[in-house]
Design a protein around this ligand. Structure first.
Ligand SMILES: [Zn+2]
Length: 526
């Protein structure tokens, strides 16, 4: 997703305890969800019937699903009944979980149907848009789905999903996958059924329910691209959102096949700038008028590959989503607008990393954050993650880098990966040992702070360049220096490195990192 400034203000309300049902020892693997949700205009109560198809990974005396229970303020869900393959079973609810009593053996597959209702405390945002109209938008990242959906609210348990929404008939419903049914019901109600046949993590399962104007600006490789905007935004939104059809081909060509049945770009009430819900991306309301819509869309569309298709195994490896989306956006824009655009963006992103590290020194792979995942929406996950990919690209060269990216996506499309999984794919592709590179940039906090000085030896026609690492951790990195247009590379490995290069004349123009290829701060001395 893309952060927007007010995200931080909402944080305290959003933290919920995750249930790591898919970490070693998980009891169940969810294969499919059918969420039957009834919405109304009189109040914010929702009525749900969720059928969860489960395979037991181990023998179990009961198991849990994540679901926020109705609290003292009256928000949350109350379960009225649970059935197992159609027969009633006993259950209990605590603040965050629904515990189902059953005896099961490893390999058993069963359907559990949970009847519940309540006012969502979060996760399904029921509000009013800028035009005064009532709207409903799912907003599940990182683990807010269980505020309104009984589920295994863990990124590592992917499942296919059906949403069957019954709502007043003036609404339209958009969701993941394909719409298979829309029918009028008595009482001015309408039923809309969407089916997602590709397994998703709960963080990107959504419905959007509002009055929409819908456009289809084009198809890409047989994938229909849709625009859903509020009717009042029709003119500006149909135009600005149409850029999606130019972005999609870039990622299909360079990374691999698109995973989903369609791509809908939806004006919404997400708390984020953009949220990469699989095949139904939600954007902030004002995005229709944003001059940065192309960049925002490139970021969210890149997530369809990185984050949705190939997902991180846990949020400690969030950079596999956000670092990739950040750098893939850079690559798309470089391809379209040229190398200077990439350089300008890298300079800005480097500054963000250096500024961020003044206040918080943690590695990019940040497994210390166990619950407050919103904290990970930071310059480490986005800009530093992106910068690491840039340096990896320069280290391997464009061909090998892209080949590695394609191999990684092809191996983990539809499943989950961590940082070591990416490293292994990149090592297999390049034939290089990348452990030192991954360790110094991703497992180590901070950045190189390099003091660079040079001297010209007129008698011998040499320039001597000295690089001193002024931070505690000693990096191994190539530092590029241009001397009157001649590009030199200083292999920096020690606390202090001195290298000599023959030059034609007394240097007049010396530039450190002229092509913006190193994430470091520089102190230049003559
Ligand atoms: Zn993102």
């Amino acid at each position: 997703m893309r952060r927007i400034f007010f995200v931080l203000l909402l944080l305290p309300a959003l933290f919920t305890m995750p249930a790591f049902a898919q970490v070693p020892g998980a009891q169940i693997d969810v294969k499919h969800y059918t969420f039957d949700i009834k919405l109304n205009d009189a109040d914010n109560n929702i009525e749900g019937k969720a059928t969860v198809s489960v395979r037991f990974l181990n023998g179990a005396e009961g198991f849990s699903l994540d679901l926020v229970k109705k609290n003292a303020e009256g928000k949350g869900m109350l379960v009225s009944a649970v059935t197992e393959n159609g027969k009633p079973v006993k259950f209990t609810q605590d603040d965050e979980q629904l515990k189902i009593n059953t005896r099961a053996y490893k390999g058993n597959t069963r359907d559990y149907t949970i009847s519940y209702s309540g006012i969502p405390a979060d996760g399904l945002i029921i509000s009013t848009n800028a035009f005064g109209h009532r709207t409903f938008f799912g907003d599940n990242w990182p683990n807010r789905a269980h505020n309104w959906l009984p589920c295994v609210d863990n990124i590592a348990d992917k499942a296919t999903v059906d949403f069957i929404v019954t709502a007043p008939d003036h609404y339209q419903v958009v969701s993941n996958g394909l719409q298979t049914e829309e029918k009028q019901l008595d009482g001015k109600l309408k039923l809309t059924h969407w089916v997602e046949a590709v397994a998703l993590p709960t963080k990107v399962m959504v419905i959007g329910v509002a009055e929409f104007a819908v456009d289809r600006p084009g198809d890409v490789n047989g994938i229909p691209v849709f625009t859903y905007v509020f009717p009042e935004s029709k003119e500006v939104g149909f135009k600005s959102y149409a850029v999606a059809k130019n972005i999609l081909p870039y990622f299909i060509k360079n990374v691999g096949p698109y995973s989903y049945e369609k791509l809908a770009n939806v004006q919404s009430k997400t708390i984020f700038g953009g949220m990469e819900n699989a095949s139904a991306i939600f954007y902030f309301e004002e995005s229709v008028k944003s001059p940065d819509i192309e960049e925002l869309m490139a970021h969210e569309i890149a997530h369809q590959w990185f984050g949705d298709g190939a997902s991180e195994k846990s949020f400690g490896h969030l950079w596999l989503s956000e670092g990739f989306a950040t750098y893939m956006t850079n690559l798309y824009l470089e391809n379209k607008y040229g190398a200077d655009t990439l350089k300008t963006r890298l300079i800005g992103q480097r500054k963000k990393v250096l500024d961020f590290e003044k206040g918080r020194l943690t590695p990019v792979v940040d497994t210390a954050v166990k619950t407050k995942f919103m904290q990970l929406l930071n310059a480490n996950s986005y800009e530093k993650g992106g910068w690491v990919l840039h340096m990896l690209r320069r280290k391997l060269g464009d061909d090998v880098f892209w080949k590695g990216v394609r191999n990684y996506y092809s191996k983990y499309q539809g499943s989950n990966a961590n940082t070591d999984d990416l490293r292994r794919v990149m090592e297999q592709t390049s034939g290089k040992d990348l452990k030192p590179f991954f360790t110094q940039w991703l497992r180590n906090a901070g950045h190189p702070n390099l003091a660079v000085s040079w001297k010209y030896n007129e008698k011998d026609g040499y320039i001597t360049i000295n690089v001193t690492q002024n931070q505690a951790y000693v990096y191994n990195l190539p530092l590029e220096v241009s001397v009157d247009g001649q590009l030199l590379t200083v292999p920096v490995k020690e606390k202090s490195t001195t290298a000599r290069f023959r030059v034609k004349a007394k240097p007049a123009d010396v530039k450190v990192d002229p092509n913006i290829n190193l994430l470091a701060s520089f102190e230049e001395k003559r």
